[in-house]
Design a binder for this molecule. Sequence first.
Ligand SMILES: [Fe+2]
Length: 487
Amino acid sequence: MSDMNIRDSRILIVDDEKSICDIIGQYLRKLGYSVSIAMSAEEAMESIRAQSVELVLTDIKMPGMSGVDLLKWVKEFNHFLPVIITTGFPTLDTAIEALKLGAFDYLTKPFHLEEIGEKIRRALLSRQLEEENLLFSKLVSLHEVTKILSSTHRIGELNTRFLDYSVKISRADFGALMFYDNAYRLFIAETIPLPAAENFWSARVFVAGSQWAAKNEEPLTLEAGITTLPPDLMPLPPEIQSYIVFPLKTPQRTLGVLNLVRMRGNISFSNVDMELINVLCSQASISIENARLYHNIRDNYLKTIRGFALAVEAKDRYTHGHSENVMKFTVVLARHLGLSAQEIEQIKYAGLLHDIGKIGVSEAILNKPGRLTPEEFEEIKSHPEIGARIISDVPFLKSLVPIVKHHHEFFNGQGYPDGIAGDAIPLGARILSVADAFEAMTSNRPYRQAMPQDVAMEILSQQKGKQFQPDLIDLFLDIISKGKLTE
Ligand SMILES: [Fe+2]
């Protein structure tokens, strides 16, 4: 870091004696600084609000607001703006008080101009370092967070990661994520640490704080011992040192809030903590909104597809409810096989969509009461491939393509469309074919009435090792016998 960067910094000199302002001003201009002058603390505040100021050099004793009051105001307004106090009546107490309140340094009158120059230079360099450090951590955090948060679309996982990360980087003792529900009430979605945390966060002080931050769309900080608060807010209970709440908002709306707490014995959250959490919250809000959007699109898509499946069934008037039933049976079978939640979900949708290709088969053939000609049967046989083609264009459903395509393969290789056998048939398709056959046999078809359940079971049994995988049939028949198929 060089002095070059601080050379054109703007310094605000605050003193009710004009001659002092002029002398110091002239000297600092010679050193290359820009200089503004204020003859009172009130004027200084106006100046700081109106233009960018990099350092404040203020007298303590002035008519009206004192230099100490100005210092307090500056630290609230911009924690990083350095303030150097000058005083004509040096007492250790005022100096210590000023330093405690966050003054960078102090000078006693009469002072040497070189001393002023040196202290200003040190203050500016220190501020620059502080800002660069902050920026650096921000960038690191931003990079990491973006990477972590954008790597999942699962809402629950995203919430956990976000809260975990917030608690870690802010060194908080407790954290809670709250979101708006459909009725615009905040509910607790996630807490750290987990046990008994719901009770902790249900305390009125946090509920009120969360509502305040969400409603006002700005962060809220509550500190131990502070009792004068805006209406609706409550002072912290004695066991808590520091409490911050950040709204989670996107350009369109507020999603909820992030709550962080440090308990008594810990120090309060710093401005750097606040900055970091702020950046984190903006990033997380976008990721959360994206994940929700993704889920909405997915839900809507599945609704559309379900409608599509129903449309196919409407075309084929004998198969009403077939897909929904097949879906249920495949899920039961998959569950009993001990498949993962993800695999079960996949098979479930495949069950719903397996015959979607019938949309491409003529209605006359689908509803023909008599025997099909070989040509007609060929057309029927095209439905798994048509279905596979339809869903292969949909990103969410791509993984179902092999199941849909092969749901009419036989375990012995005598099925269609590819005539593959055994393990070469995707497991989902082997499961689906059992459920499909059973559902078809036990419901009315154009060419025959529904079979009694025991007859259908007998046929399944006879087809072990031919149409179906033997142990899948054993399991399925066992499920039916125990009355667990429709539970
Ligand atoms: Fe089919």
